[in-house]
Design a protein around this ligand. Structure first.
Ligand SMILES: [Zn+2]
Length: 183
């Protein structure tokens, strides 16, 4: 267990369609494109005192579209582009399974959130889920934590907040953290 005294809450963030362009199972470095305001938003979220972990369904692995090594290479490149000299994204959790595999880590199931909370020694109650899909919002609802939908469309998946990108999300995150005395 890592004891992060300076961090008191966790922000769980979906990868494809939330941090990077979702081109449909992106896995090659040539497909890696950060969404507008992604990097700036992640920096601001980190400055608010959050542990940041990516929670990503990568069923392309068990579909045979690509293997875990390609996912790891893609994620290493993503970390390189985001982290610079400071560590912004702390950890990446992926689920390789299909729905029929009946695992406990595929969103909207919450095993990977529980594992992250345990690793960083922060109660799951002090966390926020962000994503662009219904399954991301349902993950947050299942974990009983605040949810932010990243979308420019008017969609209602039961989320608490909606905004266009991670920079706008960072403002909402600050408000949630202040309101709950997470700092
Ligand atoms: Zn899984």
């Amino acid at each position: 267990m890592i004891n992060h005294n300076k961090y008191s809450f966790i922000v769980f963030i979906d990868r494809d369609g939330t941090i990077v362009e979702d081109v449909g199972y992106p896995h090659k470095i040539s497909q890696l494109e950060l969404l507008p305001n992604s990097k700036e938003g992640l920096n601001k979220i980190k400055k608010s005192g959050a542990v940041i972990t990516i929670i990503s369904n990568q069923s392309g692995i068990n579909r045979g579209f690509f293997d875990i090594e390609e996912v790891n290479n893609f994620n290493t490149e993503l970390l390189k582009r985001i982290n610079d000299k400071n560590k912004i994204i702390d950890e990446i959790y992926i689920c390789p399974h299909l729905e029929k595999d009946q695992c406990k880590c595929r969103k909207p199931k919450i095993l990977n959130l529980i594992l992250a909370a345990k690793k960083f020694n922060i109660p799951l109650t002090k966390s926020i889920m962000i994503g662009d899909k219904k399954s991301d919002i349902q993950t947050g609802i299942n974990a009983k934590i605040p949810t932010i939908l990243i979308s420019s469309k008017k969609l209602n998946f039961g989320q608490n907040f909606t905004c266009k990108n991670l920079k706008d999300a960072s403002i909402i995150i600050n408000k949630i953290a202040n309101k709950n005395n997470w700092k």
